[in-house]
Design a protein around this ligand. Structure first.
Ligand code: HEM
Length: 381
């Protein structure tokens, strides 16, 4: 379980992975300190990663993820107006009905790819609903999420992938624009209409900010939640008595979800850049140092979580850091928790255990959002 990070936490908790490269922050306390201080450890420095020479108007560059105050403060306040508790209240009955149907349709006694047939389906439906996309667009949404997720990995000379990216972005942009126009003409009881209505000091979101937010939702809210579902299913496979325990007492499920988020946080690392020379954990950092706050390490820090490498349902919590901290704290944290709770309820109600299926588990190669691409499991009634 992450031996390299354990070694770094012990001997080099703030260290440069290679000369001129990223600085890895591996202890819980240092990770929290970085995220708490956006003046010193800024997000804006990564904006140019979304503005490469081959794509000058990629909408993610206009998203709050890569902004600092005061721009971030304004955008976040506007979005918070629309993305509040009513989003959850509106979605909860729909998600519950959907996951119950989905679980009921999963075959038992033979190998099924849970990544494909279970984990992806739930965030996909939720995201389509948030973005106001009609059902025939759902299959494209998965493709968009996969494509946008690979944006920063495309090299300056990789013209084939650049072309594919531009075409996919254009396709998504056209659909998003259509939704916004429809809601402008005829508002509904949904997130997009609320976003169009949102005002702070009389000001609304600009068109570019709305578009940036729609792209950010796809990038930030899909694959992350998929892997929360995947990691939950893997835990059921590896600890066969767990499902029975949760089935007998549903009130344990929120703690199960919190401990999964600590034990296998879907987002492994968050990026920041220092705005001036500073010190962290006794190490001097130059101005412009590119930092990687390693959440999967912080969440296994013994100083914060005794017996950190053990999955422990009885751990008091949550003090985990799966959704970041401070001003960029995940906007969708409560929604992701809701999806995981309802999904887990449906699974433990329907099945007694999950055992390994046919073939290997294939993992993605991302260091940022990590999880399996395929997850063969057998469900038992
Ligand atoms: C930000 C994790 C699900 C929307 C973040 C950040 C993390 C994170 C670590 C902070 C990034 C930073 O500080 O730079 C996760 C995980 C999820 C999840 C682990 C699922 C288990 C979602 C969902 C949505 C969402 C479902 C929306 C529907 C966002 C947005 C931000 C964000 C909009 C940017 C907030 C800001 O910059 O102020 N998320 N997320 N996330 N997340 Fe999530």
């Amino acid at each position: 379980p992450y031996p390299v990070f354990a070694e770094l936490r012990r001997n080099a908790p703030v260290s440069q992975v290679d000369p001129g490269g990223l600085w890895a922050v591996t202890r819980y306390a240092d990770a929290a300190a970085v995220l708490k201080n956006p003046q010193l450890f800024a997000s804006e420095g990564f904006r140019q990663a979304y503005r490469p020479a081959w794509f000058s108007d990629y909408p993610m560059a206009d998203s709050m993820l890569v902004m600092d105050p005061p721009h971030h403060t304004r955008l976040r306040a506007l979005v918070n107006r629309a993305f509040g508790p009513p989003v959850l209240t509106r979605l909860e009955p729909r998600i519950r009905q959907f996951v119950e149907q989905l679980a009921a349709g999963l075959p038992t006694g033979r190998s099924v790819d849970f990544a494909e047939e279970w984990s992806v389906r739930i965030p996909l439906i939720v995201m389509a609903d948030l973005l106001g996309l009609s059902p025939e667009v759902h299959p494209r949404l998965k493709r968009w999420a996969d494509t946008f997720g690979s944006f920063t990995g495309i090299g300056p000379n990789d013209t084939e992938r650049q072309e594919h990216m531009r075409a996919t972005v254009a396709e998504a942009r056209q659909h998003f624009q259509q939704v916004l126009e429809e809601r402008r003409r005829e508002p509904r009881d949904d997130l997009m209409s609320d976003l169009l209505r949102a005002r702070v000091d009389g000001e609304a979101l600009t068109d570019a900010e709305l578009m940036g937010f729609m792209f950010l939702l796809v990038v930030a809210g899909m694959e992350t939640t998929v892997h929360l579902m995947n990691h939950s299913a893997i835990r059921f496979r590896d600890e066969p008595e767990l499902m029975g325990r949760l089935r007998a007492d549903h009130s344990l499920i929120p703690r199960f979800v919190e401990e999964i988020l600590r034990y296998e946080p879907p987002v492994h690392g968050i990026f920041r850049v220092t705005t001036q020379e500073t010190e962290l954990g006794g190490v001097r950092l130059p101005k412009g140092a590119r930092m990687l706050v390693v959440l999967c390490s912080a969440n296994r820090d013994e100083a914060q979580f005794p017996g950190a490498d053990r999955f422990n349902l009885d751990r008091p919590g949550p003090q985990n850091l799966p959704f970041g901290h401070g001003i960029h704290f995940c906007l969708g944290a409560q929604l992701a928790r809701l999806e995981a709770r309802l999904g887990t309820e449906a699974l433990v109600t329907r099945f007694s255990r999950l055992s390994p299926g046919e073939g290997p588990v294939r993992w993605n190669t991302s260091l940022v959002v990590r999880g399996p691409l395929s997850l063969p499991l057998v469900a038992h009634p």
